[in-house]
Every structure is written in structure tokens, then in C-alpha cells.
Design a protein. Structure first.
Length: 192
């Protein structure tokens, strides 16, 4: 189910690359809606809910998400056009030019948004799923699984650079911290 989550987020990333802007960001939300609906295992959907001692499970989940993103990137390779390549290059440039602390801090925002969106869905409130994704995308905040798709697409399109792995690492750490902020701030009010 973690590979499936990666495929879903990768397809959402592809639609964002093809459409771009606010419309693409809103359509990207389809990926998270499907992840939650299907019970797929998404790193940023589980990081704020699993007990801390289950970090090996999270790493395995992230690896599965990355494999799913690679599978979606294969699809993207065949759907690539000038718009896709330009939008991909914009995202890649932003990630690669950001400092480690900027990547870390901005990734925290995405993690918090993701956990709050899933938290709402667990209580029957689905609007945060629909709006949370466009919020972090329009703010330019990194999402480590979506970025895994973008980096995999870059690899298959011959645009991969090693610095992307460094950027991805900081997004993973920042997303994890952000995913846990709601339970840290809410304490006993947070029912994971």
C-alpha cells in the first residue's frame, strides 16, 4: 500500500506539471483524497500518527512511496511535453537553490498541513484534504513524496542532479517534524 500511495501522489504530481497554477494544485488534491479513501500508506499521512518507536515502519513506507513515485515517473516520461518540462524545471530549480535551513523550515509547514488534513478526514471532515494540498503547493512548500516523484521524473528525463538527494533529505526531516507539530501542540486533545 505504500507503493500505491506513491503512485497516487506521482499521478497527482503529473497533473500538476501538466496544468500548473491553482488549477493544478487543486487537481493534485485528488492524490491525497485517494490515498485516504483507499487507506494507502503515505509517509506524510502517517508520520504524525504512528508511535515514535515505529520509525523503521515509516522509513519502509517512505521507500515504498519512492518506488511508487518512480512508477508514476515512467508514465510522466511518456506524457512529457514542453509545459511539463518547464514546470518540472521550476520546481527543481527552487529546491536545488534553497539552503538546507530553508528546505527544513518550509517542509515543516507541509508536514503540519498534511497531518491536519488527515486528522480532519479521520473525523469525517474532508475539506482540509481538498484545501490543504493547494495551500502547501501554492506556498511553494516541499512535500517529500511529491518531490520523490519530481526527482524520479527528472532522472528519467535526463535532468537529475545529486544535490536533489540532499534537498530530499531535508524535506523528509522537515515533513516529519511538521507532521508531529499538531500532536505536540495539542497534547491529549490530539487523538491519533
Amino acid at each position: 500500500m505504500s507503493v500505491f500511495a506513491g503512485v497516487l501522489i506521482g499521478i497527482a504530481g503529473l497533473v500538476y506539471l501538466r496544468v500548473g497554477g491553482l488549477a493544478g494544485a487543486v487537481l493534485f488534491a485528488f492524490g491525497l483524497l485517494c490515498v485516504v479513501m483507499c487507506g494507502a500508506q503515505l509517509y506524510t499521512g502517517k508520520s504524525g500518527f504512528l508511535p515514535y518507536r515505529q520509525w523503521p515502519r515509516l522509513l519502509a513506507m517512505l521507500a515504498g512511496n519512492a518506488v511508487g513515485c518512480l512508477l508514476a515517473a515512467v508514465i510522466a516520461r511518456y506524457c512529457a511535453n514542453e509545459v511539463v518540462i518547464n514546470n518540472l524545471q521550476t520546481i527543481l530549480s527552487a529546491r536545488m537553490s534553497a539552503s538546507w535551513d530553508a528546505l527544513l523550515v518550509t517542509s515543516v509547514g507541509t508536514g503540519m498541513i498534511m497531518t491536519l488534513a488527515v486528522y480532519g478526514a479521520r473525523r469525517g471532515h474532508y475539506w482540509p484534504l481538498l484545501f490543504g494540498v493547494p495551500v502547501f503547493i501554492m506556498c511553494g512548500l516541499p512535500h517529500c513524496v511529491a518531490d520523490a516523484f519530481y526527482y524520479a521524473a527528472a532522472l528519467l528525463l535526463g535532468r537529475f542532479e545529486v544535490v536533489m538527494l540532499w534537498a530530499w533529505l531535508w524535506a523528509i526531516v522537515g515533513n516529519y517534524i511538521g507532521c508531529n507539530l499538531p500532536r505536540w501542540f495539542m497534547g491529549s486533545e490530539f487523538e491519533g
